[in-house]
Design a protein. Sequence first.
Length: 396
Amino acid sequence: MPFPAPERKEVTRPPRLDSLTGLRWWAAFAVFAHHMSIIAPLPGSYALSYGSYGVTFFFILSGFVLTWSARKTVTTSTFYWRRFARIYPSHFIALLLAIPVFYSFSPAPEEWWVKPVSVGILALSFVLLQGWSHDPVILFSGNPAAWTLTCEAFFYALHPAINRVFGKLRVKGSLILVGAVIGAAFLYRFAVMFSSESWLAAAPLPIVRLSEFVIGIGIARAMLAGWRVRLSPVWCYLGVLLLVGWFAISIRWSGNSFVDFLHATANEWIIVAFAATIAAVASSDLTGKRSLLRWRPFVLLGEWSYAFYLVHATVIYALLAVVGVQPKGWSNLLWYAGLLVVTVAAAAALHYLVERPCERFMRSWWDRRLARRTQHDASKPADVVPVEPVQPGSRS
């Protein structure tokens, strides 16, 4: 969010944090690796299942980036339109590409990922409402990866209000509120653990995952107020790897109450690790430290990561329909490499042919519309208040 420079009455914008863009690519790659185990399993591929937590990273980062780049001069309606222009065109095209892969009028039993055509269910995907259902047929309808966009749309709707709440806080208040949200996330998980039949367990994903987005907002607000993390990002990377590694290895001790408790709250521990990583990486960029994540290829891949996320499942399952599941083995790394190249190429095409030009056109149209409205309002004659004439001899 812009803040006034003390020596002048003008608004400055926070600097770009390219390392976070580069880091976004690795989160998208983790999700890709997780889904690749469906077609080309590797020895010990259970560990790749934790790649699904890349979505958690996206939600936290989304809250951070939107808050970091927010400007007081941007109205709520303009914010909403810009977010729509940013995510919907690519979603629409990716959905059209996904339908032939995931739907059929007569699905074959062996193709378990193919669903019968249902216009009503597909309609929910077009308007990004599928993520409000826990029914897998609805939740993963259309483009299976797009359920997260239901959450993002909900987050965007709330962001202006939440950001105003955090905007009234300084560093300490923002961090206390972040801690409170993390605590609430743990409490929710405890409640579900001890009462799996309660209404809490059936809460829609956009509401359950809102805490991740709010944590990102709080971290950004604290950093805009001057907070910096003195922890090297390298330690955060190692911490995330050790945490995921421990979860992957400790599954063999399932049945131990302590281990089971930690696994049940894995998402919350991952939230803490990712929040610390985002804060450390952002602080590193702000202090001008060197970062491999600012390497241009990583930043470019990060810019393509949204498109990459949208198309990766379609590419994987399209090939699965042709070649089937491969025998487990390290030779499957060749499939990883080949599909990675194809998916990156598809993502680049979607980014340059749809995402960027559509966003640019839609934002330009909106800006012209606002300019015309402003010009029209300015051209209106000022209201003239009639003045009662003063009668001769009266006092005024």
